[in-house]
Design a protein around this ligand. Structure first.
Ligand code: ADP
Ligand code: GLC
Length: 493
Protein backbone atom coordinates (compact mmCIF):
# COMPACT_ATOMS: atom_id res chain seq x y z
CA UNK A 1 0.00 0.00 0.00
CA UNK A 2 1.13 3.50 -0.71
CA UNK A 3 1.22 6.23 1.88
CA UNK A 4 2.48 9.20 -0.12
CA UNK A 5 1.35 10.54 -3.45
CA UNK A 6 4.01 13.15 -4.21
CA UNK A 7 3.66 16.88 -4.78
CA UNK A 8 0.66 18.54 -6.43
CA UNK A 9 1.01 20.96 -9.33
CA UNK A 10 -1.23 23.91 -10.15
CA UNK A 11 -2.04 22.90 -13.73
CA UNK A 12 -5.81 22.47 -14.25
CA UNK A 13 -6.80 18.88 -14.95
CA UNK A 14 -9.82 17.74 -16.96
CA UNK A 15 -11.54 15.19 -14.77
CA UNK A 16 -14.59 13.08 -15.60
CA UNK A 17 -16.25 11.08 -12.84
CA UNK A 18 -18.53 8.13 -13.49
CA UNK A 19 -20.69 7.13 -10.53
CA UNK A 20 -24.11 5.72 -9.68
CA UNK A 21 -25.05 8.32 -7.03
CA UNK A 22 -24.63 12.06 -6.57
CA UNK A 23 -26.25 14.26 -3.93
CA UNK A 24 -28.70 16.02 -4.29
CA UNK A 25 -29.84 14.10 -7.40
CA UNK A 26 -29.54 10.49 -6.24
CA UNK A 27 -28.33 9.27 -2.86
CA UNK A 28 -28.76 6.01 -0.95
CA UNK A 29 -25.65 6.32 1.24
CA UNK A 30 -22.24 7.90 1.57
CA UNK A 31 -21.27 7.46 -2.11
CA UNK A 32 -23.93 10.03 -3.02
CA UNK A 33 -22.49 12.50 -0.52
CA UNK A 34 -18.94 12.04 -1.85
CA UNK A 35 -19.90 12.59 -5.50
CA UNK A 36 -22.04 15.59 -4.53
CA UNK A 37 -19.10 17.28 -2.79
CA UNK A 38 -15.73 16.14 -4.20
CA UNK A 39 -16.31 17.37 -7.80
CA UNK A 40 -17.30 20.92 -6.68
CA UNK A 41 -14.26 20.99 -4.35
CA UNK A 42 -12.01 20.04 -7.31
CA UNK A 43 -13.78 22.73 -9.34
CA UNK A 44 -12.96 25.31 -6.66
CA UNK A 45 -9.29 24.34 -7.07
CA UNK A 46 -9.55 25.32 -10.74
CA UNK A 47 -9.97 21.85 -12.27
CA UNK A 48 -12.63 21.12 -14.87
CA UNK A 49 -14.99 18.43 -13.64
CA UNK A 50 -17.87 16.57 -15.25
CA UNK A 51 -19.91 13.73 -13.74
CA UNK A 52 -21.81 10.91 -15.50
CA UNK A 53 -24.78 9.53 -13.58
CA UNK A 54 -27.53 7.09 -14.66
CA UNK A 55 -30.72 8.88 -15.77
CA UNK A 56 -32.86 7.49 -12.95
CA UNK A 57 -36.56 8.22 -13.27
CA UNK A 58 -36.63 10.13 -9.96
CA UNK A 59 -33.92 12.53 -11.19
CA UNK A 60 -35.61 13.16 -14.55
CA UNK A 61 -38.94 13.80 -12.80
CA UNK A 62 -37.58 16.14 -10.15
CA UNK A 63 -35.01 18.13 -12.13
CA UNK A 64 -36.50 18.31 -15.64
CA UNK A 65 -33.22 18.46 -17.60
CA UNK A 66 -34.84 19.26 -21.00
CA UNK A 67 -34.32 17.35 -24.25
CA UNK A 68 -31.54 14.80 -24.40
CA UNK A 69 -28.78 14.35 -26.96
CA UNK A 70 -29.09 11.10 -28.92
CA UNK A 71 -25.93 9.03 -28.90
CA UNK A 72 -25.07 5.72 -30.60
CA UNK A 73 -23.10 3.12 -28.66
CA UNK A 74 -19.52 2.84 -29.96
CA UNK A 75 -19.20 -0.76 -28.72
CA UNK A 76 -22.41 -2.40 -30.01
CA UNK A 77 -25.85 -1.80 -31.53
CA UNK A 78 -27.49 0.37 -28.88
CA UNK A 79 -28.51 3.97 -28.28
CA UNK A 80 -28.49 6.40 -25.38
CA UNK A 81 -30.23 9.59 -24.38
CA UNK A 82 -27.84 11.94 -22.60
CA UNK A 83 -29.43 14.67 -20.47
CA UNK A 84 -27.50 17.61 -18.98
CA UNK A 85 -27.68 19.38 -15.62
CA UNK A 86 -25.38 21.61 -13.55
CA UNK A 87 -24.43 21.30 -9.89
CA UNK A 88 -22.20 23.90 -8.24
CA UNK A 89 -20.14 24.54 -11.36
CA UNK A 90 -19.94 20.86 -12.29
CA UNK A 91 -21.59 19.59 -15.50
CA UNK A 92 -23.67 16.52 -14.87
CA UNK A 93 -24.58 14.10 -17.69
CA UNK A 94 -27.40 11.65 -17.17
CA UNK A 95 -27.14 8.45 -19.17
CA UNK A 96 -30.52 7.10 -20.27
CA UNK A 97 -30.49 3.59 -21.74
CA UNK A 98 -33.88 2.31 -23.00
CA UNK A 99 -35.96 1.59 -19.89
CA UNK A 100 -33.00 0.42 -17.79
CA UNK A 101 -32.94 3.45 -15.46
CA UNK A 102 -36.45 4.73 -16.07
CA UNK A 103 -37.95 2.88 -13.11
CA UNK A 104 -38.34 3.37 -9.34
CA UNK A 105 -35.22 2.43 -7.35
CA UNK A 106 -31.51 2.72 -8.11
CA UNK A 107 -30.35 -0.86 -7.68
CA UNK A 108 -33.49 -2.78 -6.73
CA UNK A 109 -36.96 -2.65 -5.23
CA UNK A 110 -38.94 -4.44 -2.52
CA UNK A 111 -38.33 -7.76 -4.32
CA UNK A 112 -34.55 -7.35 -4.10
CA UNK A 113 -31.80 -6.39 -6.56
CA UNK A 114 -32.98 -5.85 -10.14
CA UNK A 115 -32.27 -9.03 -12.14
CA UNK A 116 -30.84 -7.00 -15.03
CA UNK A 117 -28.26 -5.03 -13.01
CA UNK A 118 -25.35 -6.45 -15.05
CA UNK A 119 -26.91 -5.13 -18.24
CA UNK A 120 -27.93 -1.84 -16.60
CA UNK A 121 -24.47 -0.92 -15.38
CA UNK A 122 -22.64 -2.34 -18.40
CA UNK A 123 -24.79 -0.06 -20.54
CA UNK A 124 -24.11 2.83 -18.14
CA UNK A 125 -20.33 2.44 -18.60
CA UNK A 126 -20.66 1.97 -22.36
CA UNK A 127 -23.06 4.90 -22.63
CA UNK A 128 -20.76 7.26 -20.72
CA UNK A 129 -17.71 6.31 -22.83
CA UNK A 130 -19.73 6.46 -26.06
CA UNK A 131 -20.87 9.98 -25.24
CA UNK A 132 -17.31 11.11 -24.43
CA UNK A 133 -16.09 9.67 -27.71
CA UNK A 134 -18.90 11.22 -29.77
CA UNK A 135 -18.31 14.59 -28.11
CA UNK A 136 -14.56 14.20 -28.63
CA UNK A 137 -14.23 14.84 -24.93
CA UNK A 138 -11.13 12.99 -23.82
CA UNK A 139 -10.38 14.09 -20.26
CA UNK A 140 -7.00 13.51 -18.62
CA UNK A 141 -8.62 11.47 -15.85
CA UNK A 142 -11.67 9.26 -15.67
CA UNK A 143 -12.44 8.60 -12.03
CA UNK A 144 -14.84 5.69 -11.42
CA UNK A 145 -16.52 4.65 -8.19
CA UNK A 146 -17.58 1.21 -6.99
CA UNK A 147 -18.75 -1.72 -9.11
CA UNK A 148 -21.45 0.22 -10.93
CA UNK A 149 -18.82 2.08 -12.97
CA UNK A 150 -16.02 -0.49 -12.69
CA UNK A 151 -16.32 -1.58 -16.34
CA UNK A 152 -15.00 1.77 -17.54
CA UNK A 153 -11.29 0.96 -16.93
CA UNK A 154 -11.37 -2.40 -18.79
CA UNK A 155 -13.48 -0.96 -21.64
CA UNK A 156 -11.05 1.92 -21.94
CA UNK A 157 -8.01 -0.33 -21.85
CA UNK A 158 -9.17 -2.16 -24.96
CA UNK A 159 -10.44 1.05 -26.58
CA UNK A 160 -7.03 2.70 -26.10
CA UNK A 161 -5.32 0.15 -28.30
CA UNK A 162 -7.66 0.83 -31.23
CA UNK A 163 -8.10 4.59 -30.82
CA UNK A 164 -5.26 7.05 -30.33
CA UNK A 165 -7.39 9.75 -28.70
CA UNK A 166 -7.93 7.55 -25.69
CA UNK A 167 -4.24 6.83 -25.13
CA UNK A 168 -3.73 9.98 -23.05
CA UNK A 169 -6.64 9.22 -20.71
CA UNK A 170 -5.80 7.69 -17.31
CA UNK A 171 -8.21 5.92 -15.00
CA UNK A 172 -8.69 5.99 -11.24
CA UNK A 173 -10.99 3.53 -9.49
CA UNK A 174 -12.24 4.22 -5.96
CA UNK A 175 -13.65 1.45 -3.80
CA UNK A 176 -16.26 2.69 -1.34
CA UNK A 177 -17.25 -0.78 -0.19
CA UNK A 178 -15.47 -3.98 -1.20
CA UNK A 179 -18.42 -6.14 -0.15
CA UNK A 180 -20.59 -5.00 -3.07
CA UNK A 181 -18.74 -6.32 -6.12
CA UNK A 182 -21.26 -6.58 -8.93
CA UNK A 183 -20.96 -10.36 -9.23
CA UNK A 184 -23.07 -11.95 -11.97
CA UNK A 185 -23.66 -15.08 -14.04
CA UNK A 186 -20.89 -15.52 -16.67
CA UNK A 187 -23.48 -15.22 -19.47
CA UNK A 188 -23.84 -11.57 -18.51
CA UNK A 189 -20.32 -11.03 -19.85
CA UNK A 190 -21.93 -10.44 -23.26
CA UNK A 191 -23.28 -7.09 -21.98
CA UNK A 192 -19.76 -5.80 -21.32
CA UNK A 193 -18.76 -5.87 -25.02
CA UNK A 194 -15.23 -6.73 -23.89
CA UNK A 195 -13.15 -9.23 -25.88
CA UNK A 196 -13.35 -12.83 -24.63
CA UNK A 197 -9.79 -12.68 -23.28
CA UNK A 198 -11.01 -10.17 -20.64
CA UNK A 199 -13.03 -12.94 -18.98
CA UNK A 200 -9.90 -14.83 -17.86
CA UNK A 201 -8.32 -15.42 -14.47
CA UNK A 202 -6.37 -12.19 -14.90
CA UNK A 203 -9.55 -10.44 -15.98
CA UNK A 204 -13.16 -10.27 -14.82
CA UNK A 205 -13.63 -13.98 -14.09
CA UNK A 206 -14.08 -14.76 -10.39
CA UNK A 207 -14.82 -18.32 -9.26
CA UNK A 208 -16.62 -18.92 -12.55
CA UNK A 209 -18.68 -15.73 -12.27
CA UNK A 210 -18.37 -12.29 -13.78
CA UNK A 211 -17.05 -9.72 -11.28
CA UNK A 212 -17.26 -6.02 -12.23
CA UNK A 213 -15.20 -4.79 -9.27
CA UNK A 214 -12.31 -7.08 -10.11
CA UNK A 215 -12.17 -5.36 -13.51
CA UNK A 216 -11.99 -1.94 -11.87
CA UNK A 217 -9.11 -3.02 -9.64
CA UNK A 218 -7.10 -4.77 -12.34
CA UNK A 219 -7.52 -2.36 -15.23
CA UNK A 220 -7.35 1.09 -13.57
CA UNK A 221 -4.07 3.00 -13.54
CA UNK A 222 -4.32 3.60 -9.79
CA UNK A 223 -7.05 2.62 -7.37
CA UNK A 224 -7.99 3.88 -3.96
CA UNK A 225 -10.33 3.49 -1.07
CA UNK A 226 -11.87 5.89 1.38
CA UNK A 227 -9.54 5.66 4.39
CA UNK A 228 -5.95 4.61 4.97
CA UNK A 229 -6.94 2.00 7.48
CA UNK A 230 -9.45 0.33 5.14
CA UNK A 231 -6.77 0.28 2.43
CA UNK A 232 -4.73 -1.90 4.81
CA UNK A 233 -7.74 -3.99 5.82
CA UNK A 234 -8.63 -4.78 2.19
CA UNK A 235 -5.34 -6.66 1.91
CA UNK A 236 -6.41 -9.19 4.54
CA UNK A 237 -8.49 -12.34 4.32
CA UNK A 238 -10.87 -11.10 7.05
CA UNK A 239 -11.79 -7.88 5.24
CA UNK A 240 -10.83 -8.63 1.65
CA UNK A 241 -14.23 -10.13 0.74
CA UNK A 242 -12.50 -12.80 -1.36
CA UNK A 243 -10.78 -10.18 -3.53
CA UNK A 244 -7.77 -9.76 -1.22
CA UNK A 245 -5.52 -11.67 -3.65
CA UNK A 246 -6.38 -9.20 -6.41
CA UNK A 247 -5.93 -6.22 -4.10
CA UNK A 248 -2.55 -7.52 -2.91
CA UNK A 249 -1.51 -8.10 -6.52
CA UNK A 250 -2.02 -4.38 -7.23
CA UNK A 251 -1.10 -3.00 -3.83
CA UNK A 252 1.61 -0.72 -5.26
CA UNK A 253 -1.13 1.19 -7.05
CA UNK A 254 -3.43 1.36 -3.99
CA UNK A 255 -4.03 4.53 -1.95
CA UNK A 256 -6.23 5.40 1.00
CA UNK A 257 -7.85 8.84 1.29
CA UNK A 258 -10.30 9.57 4.11
CA UNK A 259 -13.58 11.14 2.98
CA UNK A 260 -14.46 14.72 3.77
CA UNK A 261 -17.80 16.39 4.40
CA UNK A 262 -19.67 19.13 2.62
CA UNK A 263 -19.48 21.74 5.34
CA UNK A 264 -21.98 24.02 3.64
CA UNK A 265 -24.66 21.30 3.84
CA UNK A 266 -23.54 20.02 7.26
CA UNK A 267 -23.21 23.14 9.37
CA UNK A 268 -25.14 23.56 12.65
CA UNK A 269 -24.67 27.35 12.41
CA UNK A 270 -26.76 27.65 9.26
CA UNK A 271 -28.62 24.33 8.85
CA UNK A 272 -32.22 25.02 7.69
CA UNK A 273 -33.37 21.55 8.85
CA UNK A 274 -32.70 22.01 12.59
CA UNK A 275 -34.90 23.91 15.05
CA UNK A 276 -32.11 26.02 16.64
CA UNK A 277 -28.61 26.95 15.41
CA UNK A 278 -25.42 26.45 17.37
CA UNK A 279 -21.64 26.33 17.04
CA UNK A 280 -18.62 25.24 19.06
CA UNK A 281 -18.34 28.77 20.47
CA UNK A 282 -22.08 28.93 21.23
CA UNK A 283 -23.23 25.37 21.84
CA UNK A 284 -26.17 26.28 24.14
CA UNK A 285 -28.91 25.85 21.53
CA UNK A 286 -27.99 22.19 21.06
CA UNK A 287 -30.11 21.53 24.16
CA UNK A 288 -33.14 22.93 22.33
CA UNK A 289 -32.42 20.63 19.38
CA UNK A 290 -32.25 17.67 21.76
CA UNK A 291 -35.57 18.56 23.42
CA UNK A 292 -37.23 19.08 20.04
CA UNK A 293 -35.99 15.71 18.80
CA UNK A 294 -37.16 13.94 21.96
CA UNK A 295 -40.57 15.53 21.49
CA UNK A 296 -40.73 14.73 17.79
CA UNK A 297 -39.93 11.06 18.42
CA UNK A 298 -41.99 10.66 21.60
CA UNK A 299 -38.99 10.20 23.91
CA UNK A 300 -39.02 11.19 27.60
CA UNK A 301 -37.67 14.68 28.16
CA UNK A 302 -36.37 13.96 31.64
CA UNK A 303 -34.01 11.04 30.83
CA UNK A 304 -30.76 11.46 32.74
CA UNK A 305 -28.45 9.45 30.50
CA UNK A 306 -27.21 10.46 27.07
CA UNK A 307 -29.48 10.37 24.02
CA UNK A 308 -27.85 7.93 21.61
CA UNK A 309 -28.74 8.23 17.94
CA UNK A 310 -28.26 5.96 14.94
CA UNK A 311 -28.65 7.12 11.32
CA UNK A 312 -27.93 4.19 9.12
CA UNK A 313 -28.69 1.75 6.40
CA UNK A 314 -29.88 -1.26 8.41
CA UNK A 315 -27.36 -3.68 6.93
CA UNK A 316 -25.19 -6.44 8.43
CA UNK A 317 -22.15 -4.16 7.92
CA UNK A 318 -23.42 -1.60 10.40
CA UNK A 319 -23.59 -3.95 13.44
CA UNK A 320 -27.06 -2.85 14.53
CA UNK A 321 -27.61 -6.39 15.87
CA UNK A 322 -25.10 -5.61 18.65
CA UNK A 323 -27.37 -2.78 19.82
CA UNK A 324 -30.40 -5.08 19.74
CA UNK A 325 -28.54 -7.79 21.66
CA UNK A 326 -27.57 -5.39 24.44
CA UNK A 327 -30.84 -3.44 24.59
CA UNK A 328 -31.75 -4.43 28.16
CA UNK A 329 -28.30 -3.53 29.50
CA UNK A 330 -28.38 -0.22 27.60
CA UNK A 331 -31.72 0.60 29.20
CA UNK A 332 -30.20 -0.37 32.56
CA UNK A 333 -27.46 2.23 32.00
CA UNK A 334 -30.10 4.92 31.60
CA UNK A 335 -29.49 5.83 27.98
CA UNK A 336 -32.20 6.69 25.46
CA UNK A 337 -32.01 5.54 21.87
CA UNK A 338 -33.33 6.99 18.61
CA UNK A 339 -32.81 5.10 15.34
CA UNK A 340 -33.44 6.39 11.82
CA UNK A 341 -32.96 3.84 9.10
CA UNK A 342 -34.34 1.28 6.70
CA UNK A 343 -33.02 -2.02 5.47
CA UNK A 344 -32.98 -5.65 6.51
CA UNK A 345 -36.36 -6.87 7.71
CA UNK A 346 -35.18 -8.64 10.90
CA UNK A 347 -33.35 -5.50 12.05
CA UNK A 348 -36.36 -3.30 11.32
CA UNK A 349 -38.55 -5.73 13.23
CA UNK A 350 -36.13 -5.94 16.20
CA UNK A 351 -35.99 -2.16 16.44
CA UNK A 352 -39.78 -1.83 16.22
CA UNK A 353 -40.13 -4.37 19.04
CA UNK A 354 -37.55 -2.55 21.18
CA UNK A 355 -39.44 0.71 20.66
CA UNK A 356 -42.71 -0.81 21.82
CA UNK A 357 -41.02 -2.60 24.75
CA UNK A 358 -39.39 0.64 25.96
CA UNK A 359 -41.81 3.50 25.24
CA UNK A 360 -40.29 6.89 25.93
CA UNK A 361 -36.79 5.42 25.92
CA UNK A 362 -36.42 3.88 22.47
CA UNK A 363 -37.73 5.39 19.23
CA UNK A 364 -37.47 3.93 15.75
CA UNK A 365 -38.18 5.86 12.56
CA UNK A 366 -38.21 3.30 9.72
CA UNK A 367 -37.65 5.85 6.98
CA UNK A 368 -35.10 7.46 4.71
CA UNK A 369 -35.41 11.10 5.69
CA UNK A 370 -32.64 13.56 4.88
CA UNK A 371 -34.06 16.43 7.01
CA UNK A 372 -34.66 14.19 10.04
CA UNK A 373 -31.08 12.91 9.74
CA UNK A 374 -29.86 16.49 10.35
CA UNK A 375 -32.13 16.80 13.39
CA UNK A 376 -30.80 13.49 14.74
CA UNK A 377 -27.17 14.63 14.62
CA UNK A 378 -28.14 18.01 16.08
CA UNK A 379 -30.21 16.53 18.92
CA UNK A 380 -28.10 13.49 19.82
CA UNK A 381 -25.49 13.37 22.56
CA UNK A 382 -23.84 10.24 21.16
CA UNK A 383 -23.85 8.63 17.69
CA UNK A 384 -23.64 4.84 17.79
CA UNK A 385 -21.75 3.18 14.92
CA UNK A 386 -20.75 -0.35 15.92
CA UNK A 387 -19.84 -1.33 12.34
CA UNK A 388 -18.38 -4.75 11.54
CA UNK A 389 -16.29 -2.92 8.94
CA UNK A 390 -16.43 0.66 7.71
CA UNK A 391 -14.48 1.82 4.65
CA UNK A 392 -14.81 5.47 5.67
CA UNK A 393 -18.10 6.41 7.26
CA UNK A 394 -19.56 9.88 7.00
CA UNK A 395 -22.11 9.71 9.81
CA UNK A 396 -19.42 10.00 12.47
CA UNK A 397 -18.03 13.10 10.73
CA UNK A 398 -21.49 14.73 10.60
CA UNK A 399 -22.12 13.77 14.22
CA UNK A 400 -18.86 15.37 15.33
CA UNK A 401 -19.70 18.57 13.46
CA UNK A 402 -23.03 18.69 15.36
CA UNK A 403 -21.49 17.93 18.75
CA UNK A 404 -22.81 14.35 19.02
CA UNK A 405 -19.81 12.31 20.17
CA UNK A 406 -19.35 9.18 18.06
CA UNK A 407 -19.09 5.80 19.77
CA UNK A 408 -17.55 3.61 17.06
CA UNK A 409 -15.88 0.28 16.56
CA UNK A 410 -12.15 0.75 15.92
CA UNK A 411 -12.18 -0.25 12.23
CA UNK A 412 -11.56 1.41 8.87
CA UNK A 413 -12.39 5.09 8.60
CA UNK A 414 -13.95 5.08 12.07
CA UNK A 415 -10.54 4.34 13.58
CA UNK A 416 -8.92 6.97 11.36
CA UNK A 417 -11.34 9.80 12.10
CA UNK A 418 -12.45 9.47 15.74
CA UNK A 419 -9.80 10.25 18.33
CA UNK A 420 -10.16 8.30 21.56
CA UNK A 421 -7.40 7.62 24.06
CA UNK A 422 -7.49 4.93 26.71
CA UNK A 423 -8.91 6.19 30.01
CA UNK A 424 -8.46 8.83 31.24
CA UNK A 425 -9.71 10.92 28.32
CA UNK A 426 -7.08 13.14 26.70
CA UNK A 427 -7.34 16.79 25.69
CA UNK A 428 -7.62 15.86 22.03
CA UNK A 429 -10.39 13.22 22.23
CA UNK A 430 -13.38 13.54 19.91
CA UNK A 431 -15.31 10.35 20.71
CA UNK A 432 -15.08 6.76 21.97
CA UNK A 433 -13.93 3.41 20.57
CA UNK A 434 -14.44 -0.26 21.27
CA UNK A 435 -12.56 -3.14 19.67
CA UNK A 436 -14.10 -6.60 19.73
CA UNK A 437 -17.53 -7.08 18.14
CA UNK A 438 -18.81 -8.51 21.43
CA UNK A 439 -21.61 -7.38 23.76
CA UNK A 440 -19.21 -7.20 26.72
CA UNK A 441 -16.75 -4.89 24.94
CA UNK A 442 -19.52 -2.72 23.56
CA UNK A 443 -21.12 -2.35 27.00
CA UNK A 444 -17.84 -1.56 28.77
CA UNK A 445 -17.45 1.40 26.43
CA UNK A 446 -21.08 2.46 26.99
CA UNK A 447 -20.53 2.46 30.75
CA UNK A 448 -17.53 4.70 30.28
CA UNK A 449 -19.58 7.07 28.09
CA UNK A 450 -22.29 7.31 30.75
CA UNK A 451 -19.67 8.22 33.36
CA UNK A 452 -18.03 10.86 31.17
CA UNK A 453 -21.48 12.26 30.28
CA UNK A 454 -21.92 13.23 33.93
CA UNK A 455 -18.62 15.14 33.94
CA UNK A 456 -19.98 18.23 32.23
CA UNK A 457 -16.60 19.97 31.79
CA UNK A 458 -14.99 16.96 30.15
CA UNK A 459 -18.00 16.29 27.93
CA UNK A 460 -18.06 19.91 26.75
CA UNK A 461 -14.35 19.80 25.98
CA UNK A 462 -14.83 16.69 23.86
CA UNK A 463 -17.81 18.26 22.11
CA UNK A 464 -15.73 21.30 21.28
CA UNK A 465 -12.89 19.15 19.94
CA UNK A 466 -15.32 17.19 17.80
CA UNK A 467 -17.11 20.28 16.45
CA UNK A 468 -13.86 22.04 15.62
CA UNK A 469 -12.35 19.12 13.73
CA UNK A 470 -11.81 20.28 10.15
CA UNK A 471 -13.16 17.60 7.82
CA UNK A 472 -14.13 19.78 4.85
CA UNK A 473 -13.58 18.53 1.29
CA UNK A 474 -11.35 21.52 0.52
CA UNK A 475 -8.71 19.85 2.67
CA UNK A 476 -9.20 16.45 1.03
CA UNK A 477 -9.53 17.37 -2.67
CA UNK A 478 -5.77 18.17 -3.05
CA UNK A 479 -5.01 14.58 -2.10
CA UNK A 480 -7.15 13.39 -5.02
CA UNK A 481 -5.24 15.76 -7.29
CA UNK A 482 -2.02 14.07 -6.15
CA UNK A 483 -3.64 10.75 -6.95
CA UNK A 484 -4.61 11.94 -10.44
CA UNK A 485 -1.04 13.06 -11.03
CA UNK A 486 0.14 9.64 -9.98
CA UNK A 487 -2.35 8.02 -12.39
CA UNK A 488 -1.06 10.16 -15.23
CA UNK A 489 2.43 8.68 -14.74
CA UNK A 490 3.05 5.08 -15.79
CA UNK A 491 2.40 2.61 -12.95
CA UNK A 492 4.11 -0.68 -12.10
CA UNK A 493 2.02 -3.71 -13.15
P1 ADP B 1 -22.86 4.10 3.99
O1 ADP B 1 -22.49 4.78 2.74
O2 ADP B 1 -22.13 2.82 4.22
O3 ADP B 1 -24.33 3.94 4.16
P2 ADP B 1 -21.83 6.50 5.31
O4 ADP B 1 -21.62 6.79 6.75
O5 ADP B 1 -20.70 6.77 4.41
O6 ADP B 1 -22.36 5.01 5.21
O7 ADP B 1 -22.99 7.41 4.74
C1 ADP B 1 -24.31 7.29 5.08
C2 ADP B 1 -25.05 8.48 4.55
O8 ADP B 1 -26.41 8.14 4.39
C3 ADP B 1 -25.02 9.66 5.50
O9 ADP B 1 -25.18 10.85 4.73
C4 ADP B 1 -26.25 9.41 6.36
O10 ADP B 1 -26.70 10.58 6.99
C5 ADP B 1 -27.21 8.92 5.31
N1 ADP B 1 -28.30 8.07 5.79
C6 ADP B 1 -28.24 6.75 6.13
N2 ADP B 1 -29.47 6.30 6.48
C7 ADP B 1 -30.31 7.35 6.36
C8 ADP B 1 -31.72 7.53 6.58
N3 ADP B 1 -32.48 6.54 6.97
N4 ADP B 1 -32.25 8.75 6.35
C9 ADP B 1 -31.46 9.77 5.93
N5 ADP B 1 -30.14 9.66 5.71
C10 ADP B 1 -29.57 8.47 5.92
C1 GLC C 1 -19.59 3.18 1.49
C2 GLC C 1 -19.03 2.83 2.85
C3 GLC C 1 -18.87 4.03 3.76
C4 GLC C 1 -18.31 5.22 3.02
C5 GLC C 1 -19.14 5.51 1.80
C6 GLC C 1 -18.63 6.71 1.01
O1 GLC C 1 -20.97 3.16 1.45
O2 GLC C 1 -19.81 1.85 3.49
O3 GLC C 1 -18.02 3.68 4.84
O4 GLC C 1 -18.28 6.36 3.86
O5 GLC C 1 -19.12 4.41 0.95
O6 GLC C 1 -17.28 6.57 0.65
Amino acid sequence: MNSGTGGATDKPIEITMVASEMFPFAKSGGLGDVIGALPPALGRMGHQVCVYLPAYRAVLNEYDPGSPAQVADVFAEARYEIFSLEHEGVSVRLVGADDLFDRAGFYGDARGAFPDNAERFARFARGALSHMERERAHPSIIHCHDWQSALVPPLLKYRRTGDEKWSGVSTVFTIHNLAYQGRFHPDDFAHTCLPDEAMGLDGLEFHGDLNFMKGGILFSDVFSTVSERYAQEMLTEEQGEGLEGVVVFRKDALFGIMNGIDDAVWNPESDPHIPARFSSARPEAKAACKAALQKELGLDLDAEGPLCVVVSRLAHQKGIDLILETMDELMGLGVSLAVLGTGEEDLEQGLAEAASAHPGRVAFAPAYDEALSHRMYAGGDVLLMPSRYEPSGLNQLYAMRYGALPYVRRVGGLADSVISSPTPEADSDTGFHFDAFEPADFLTGMERICRVFLEQGLWRMMMRNAMEKDSGWDGVAPRYVELYEKAMRPQPR
